[in-house]
Ligand binder design. Structure first.
Ligand SMILES: C[S@@+](CC[C@H](N)C(=O)[O-])C[C@H]1O[C@@H](n2cnc3c(N)ncnc32)[C@H](O)[C@@H]1O
Length: 203
């Protein structure tokens, strides 16, 4: 087991996006996934209100702060996140009612972009892991439906697994545009993929 995890660490350190994140000062290699998806879908603009779910250690929040001039950005994670410039933070589970209420209170209005890179801790059981991360995506999706403005964007991590079809189907019923996308910076061997949704059809 130890040997396996040592191999993972060695592989991770060789990874070009890991190296790049260290050089460019991003807290995670995931930052490059968001940069790449923004290049493709061009959703970051000035003055946006943005909710970053599953934000720790803060790579996506850093990208949002860099790309959005005069934004109102709130990050949420169950793990405490160190301060990112111009980003406010709530520690907690975004599936809980108390955290939901805090999010609503914070924005005091509809939100332009809901991002979710939330992932459950891996157990080694790939079916269980993809199911649990799928549940997080569903929670993020339900939250986004309630708080997004009518032209709003929902961008979320999702795993190719049991919940994929359900989320994709629900998204197509609620949003005008739905695209499934795998950034180049997402590891090929990972079941991770992203769902990009734009423009609420039904609330
Ligand atoms: C892949 S990391 C996110 C990386 C982040 N986007 C970045 O660029 O630094 C996934 C995060 O989801 C968080 N998470 C998992 N379940 C959560 C929940 N119910 N509520 C809030 N955060 C959650 C984990 O604590 C973890 O920090």
């Amino acid at each position: 087991m130890k040997k396996k995890s040592n191999n993972w660490v060695a592989k991770h350190k060789k990874d070009q996006f890991f190296k790049k994140s260290k050089i460019e000062g991003f807290r995670s290699r995931s930052a490059f996934k968001l940069i790449e998806m923004n290049k493709k879908f061009k959703f970051f603009k000035k003055n946006l209100s943005i909710l970053d779910l599953g934000s720790y250690p803060g790579g996506w929040s850093q990208v949002a702060n860099k790309e959005v001039i005069n934004g109102k950005i709130l990050a949420v994670d169950i793990k405490k996140m160190e301060k990112v410039d111009n980003v406010d933070f709530i520690k907690g589970d975004f599936g809980e009612k108390t955290i939901y209420n805090k999010i609503i209170f914070y924005f005091n209005n509809k939100v332009d972009v809901v991002l979710s890179d939330a992932a459950a801790n891996t157990t080694g059981n790939k079916t269980l892991d993809s199911y649990r991360t799928g549940e997080l995506c569903l929670n993020a999706f339900n939250l986004a439906k309630k708080i997004l403005n009518k032209d709003g964007i929902f961008l979320s991590k999702i795993f190719m697994g049991s919940t994929f079809k359900e989320i994709n189907k629900k998204a197509k019923m609620c949003f005008k545009k739905v695209v499934i996308y795998k950034p180049l910076s997402s590891k090929k061997e990972s079941k991770e993929i992203y769902i990009y949704c734009k423009g609420i059809l039904k609330i």
